[in-house]
Design a binder for this molecule. Structure first.
Ligand code: FE2
Length: 305
């Protein structure tokens, strides 16, 4: 369970690092599972970058992304493919992430998320009554190619109504440092609402942003955003492997490119409240097929008769 002091810190800042959350064995098992998935994946099976027809390419890319809500898909860094759809570098040095249903479909990720008393008690202490893990991502952040992630709120992608209930469980599988592209978060930013929405058009499955980040957020980003000087108010979250970082869905966070010569692997699982009275938005990009619904991690709402 979270202590009072930890809860207070999370509520004040919108993020919290919990050191030593996962054991060395848990980390190795998750990391191996991610690398094994990549090992067996044939990049040629996604010929989504091989057309020069921009409209068609956007459609197929969006479709691959939308489908990934229900399976295990592979996403590559920008510029990883040539015009004919061939990878320019080995796949392990070109991959950005794997997502988005490993927490249901891949035993190691499923077990860590669902058969993990630490996760359940964490969510209980945060007041979740019927938590639904909705997405999981194995993030590689490779040296040399692991690109910058711009400031964003996770709730932009996974809205619930009327309350915003998203929480990100971000587990460092390797040490995360300023040099290798650790998370940076803007303290208190979770109290100012959701600025942008990433919305799916159900007619053609195209997805697009609506809304803008307000000027004060861009200002908080600073002119020299890679350091705390230059006006940046974002805080670096440098953590050791095994640390779990909780990220409130409305917290603004980002990361820079990996400037080291080592990878910075992480596992992120996003959870929303699934209790009565909270609706998962139908406009969210991530929608499950009817036969593969979100599965609660536990359910304190159902009365046992
Ligand atoms: Fe995020």
């Amino acid at each position: 369970m979270l202590t009072e002091a930890q809860l207070q810190k999370y509520n004040d800042k919108g993020f919290l690092a919990i050191p030593d959350f996962a054991s060395t064995d848990e980390i190795s098992s998750l990391q191996k599972a991610g690398l094994d998935l990549l090992d067996t994946f044939d990049p040629k099976s996604i010929s989504i970058f091989s057309t020069k027809d921009q409209t068609k390419e956007t459609y197929r890319t969006d479709q691959y992304f939308v489908d990934s809500a229900n399976n295990v898909s592979f996403f590559f860094e920008e510029g990883a493919f040539d015009d004919d759809g061939n990878l320019l570098r080995p796949k392990n040095l070109s991959i950005n992430k794997i997502g988005h249903a490993m927490h249901d479909l891949v035993p190691e990720f499923r077990s860590w998320t669902r058969n993990n008393p630490k996760i359940a008690s964490l969510l209980r202490s945060l007041g979740y009554r019927r938590p639904l893990p909705v997405q999981s991502m194995f993030i590689f952040k490779q040296p040399g190619i692991g690109g910058e992630v711009l400031p964003h709120q996770d709730s932009s992608f996974l809205a619930t109504e009327p309350l915003n209930t998203v929480i990100g469980l971000w587990l460092a599988l390797e040490d995360a440092t300023v040099e290798n592209g650790c998370l940076w978060a803007l303290p208190g930013s979770h109290t100012h609402g959701i600025h942008k929405k990433f919305i799916r058009n159900p007619e053609d499955n195209s997805i697009a942003f609506s809304g803008e980040l307000p000027p004060e957020v861009l200002e908080a980003n600073g002119t020299d955003a890679n350091t705390t000087v230059g006006g940046s108010k974002f805080e670096p979250i440098e953590v050791k492997a095994g640390t779990l970082v909780l990220l409130h869905g409305a917290n603004l966070h980002k990361s820079f490119e990996n400037k080291s010569d080592k990878s910075r692997h992480a596992l992120a699982v996003h959870v929303v409240e699934g209790a009565e009275g909270v609706e998962y938005s139908k406009a969210n990009w991530l929608q499950r097929k009817e036969e593969f619904p979100f599965e609660p991690l536990y359910d304190t709402c159902t009365k046992v008769v």
